[in-house]
Design a protein around this ligand. Sequence first.
Ligand SMILES: [Ca+2]
Length: 94
Amino acid sequence: MTELEMAMGMIIDVFARYSGAEGNKLSLTKGELRTLLEKELPGFLESGKDKTTVDKLLKELDANGDAKADFNEFMMLVAVLTSTCHMYFEQEES
Ligand SMILES: [Ca+2]
């Protein structure tokens, strides 16, 4: 497998690890999303210390309005954060 294929597989694995904790295995409840962020993106939650961060984030991600984040909705977060990181490193280099 290539590096990119492995990275894609790892994103799928991480999503499944948390989405399977409660309820529907195909989407993240608010609690599952919170746990995923705490464990996998600790810096992200620290930057927004107030308790409504996860609520606000879920509202933004939840395109189909079912109060859960399915894989496609979760990928929006991964894409935006990865893109933001990339912009940051681009600025560092220039
Ligand atoms: Ca949703």
